[in-house]
Design a binder for this molecule. Sequence first.
Ligand SMILES: Cc1cc2nc3c(=O)[nH]c(=O)nc-3n(C[C@H](O)[C@H](O)[C@H](O)COP(=O)(O)OP(=O)(O)OC[C@H]3O[C@@H](n4cnc5c(N)ncnc54)[C@H](O)[C@@H]3O)c2cc1C
Length: 480
Amino acid sequence: MRVAIAGAGLAGLSCAKYLTDAGYTPIVLERRDVLGGKVAAWKDADGDWYETGLHIFFGAYPNMLQLFQELGIEDRLQWKEHTMIFNQPDAPGTYSRFDFPDIPAPFNGVAAILGNNDMLTWPEKIQFGLGLIPAMIKGQKYVEEMDKYSWSDWLKNHNIPLRVEKEVFIAMSKALNFINPNEISSTVLLTALNRFLQEKNGSKMAFLDGSPTERLCQPIVDYITARGGEVRLNAPVKEFLLNEDGTVKGFLMRGLDGAADEILTADIYVSAMPVDPLKVMLPEQWKQMEFFQKLEGLEGVPVINLHLWFDRKLTDIDHLLFSRSHLLSVYADMSNTCREYANPDRSMLELVLAPAQDWISKSDAEIVAATMEELKKLFPDHFATDNPAKLLKYHVVKTPRSVYKATPGRQAHRPSQKTPIANFYLAGDFTMQRYLASMEGATLSGKLTAQAIAEAHPQTESQATKIPTISQPATNAATV
Ligand SMILES: Cc1cc2nc3c(=O)[nH]c(=O)nc-3n(C[C@H](O)[C@H](O)[C@H](O)COP(=O)(O)OP(=O)(O)OC[C@H]3O[C@@H](n4cnc5c(N)ncnc54)[C@H](O)[C@@H]3O)c2cc1C
């Protein structure tokens, strides 16, 4: 059976990978000339990589880690010390850490929180702990119910001092969905806390050892093609063509460089496109259906990823840093964190600018100038001096619509991978799975799509069982 998949992001590639395992022949069709979607990366004229986003892999990513193992590339994940490091805005150039000791969960998380006295006072820690009690008792059901509140409202409802939000959760909200606590759904924060506190290594972080396009996406493509599948770049799907009964007849492929459009047919069709282009492409006939109407409630959030190369080393920290800057979210000195970008003499900072709403239409020069101002606070020794570090070059990557904006109420708008159309499925981080909008969520969604296809359209009886175990936290698991 041929399965046509629109989109070669992690969701589309994961779907194709697991379909090949189950004996199907996937044909992945990617609009752009680069693999990876939101993990795509490019090499500049000097041979330096720049990326759509600074990407962190967590210990709490079971499906992603399983995929690395299946591809035999686990050694490409560079695991860092088990800690979270925050800049201290009141003392520029200094850091505060949450160190997770090597003891079982949730004690290592509790020890990390209790051990940090720079950011939270004892009464604040106690108040926050008490606030989490309903979540502990009621579990995942409660986490889902809290989707009606923003994180700011949730904290207020639990009498947690505003300082806790300011000290810790502005940085975490921006890192998780590129928006502030007054906008983000409580479900997102509670899900992250849940995974970080329930699993010993849940919050342990890894960097990939090079560009995600070459080091992660290409091995998936090699796996697929070695087993008879196909991945085509520069292959934009223009339209879903329908049969009279509303099922898909084919993908109309846009002809490039003056070539005529062509029809691609398959037995089954998957959209692994982000939700924004999917909504635009929905056929009129489908738009009347409640399943597809719900998608109107989902929309990508803007974000900007910056890469700044300097004439000297700014830090030796080999980890992700939470900037706690108004302008920026997380950042890392990639010359320390990533093997392929390593440089013992010069730093390359990769920084995420969020929320990016007010910046997305500004020029690269304006964005870099504002970021350089922030660096005076992050690295005063190197920028607020007579001999400031010199910016050698930069790349700015803007994504006006990235992952879906996880404001309160979005959970009800996330679709299942199976649709009401018998031969049409969805994959993508926005589809329903418990890891929200992340690389893990995208990978898991692709696996769930492959499983749904194998169940509904088996070629042999054993096919569905060829898709390895799907790891999703159980719905009744206690939160912390
Ligand atoms: C700045 C930034 C930082 C991030 N940091 C992290 C992180 O640290 N950890 C983490 O887990 N996640 C992170 N993410 C989120 C993560 O990158 C995404 O959740 C994930 O990669 C989404 O994968 P996807 O396959 O669902 O969608 P996408 O990657 O968007 O893939 C969709 C694909 O569909 C293609 N497409 C669109 N239209 C068509 C068409 N008409 N025809 C054919 N193809 C089409 C697109 O070109 C794209 O390749 C970050 C994202 C960004 C932007």
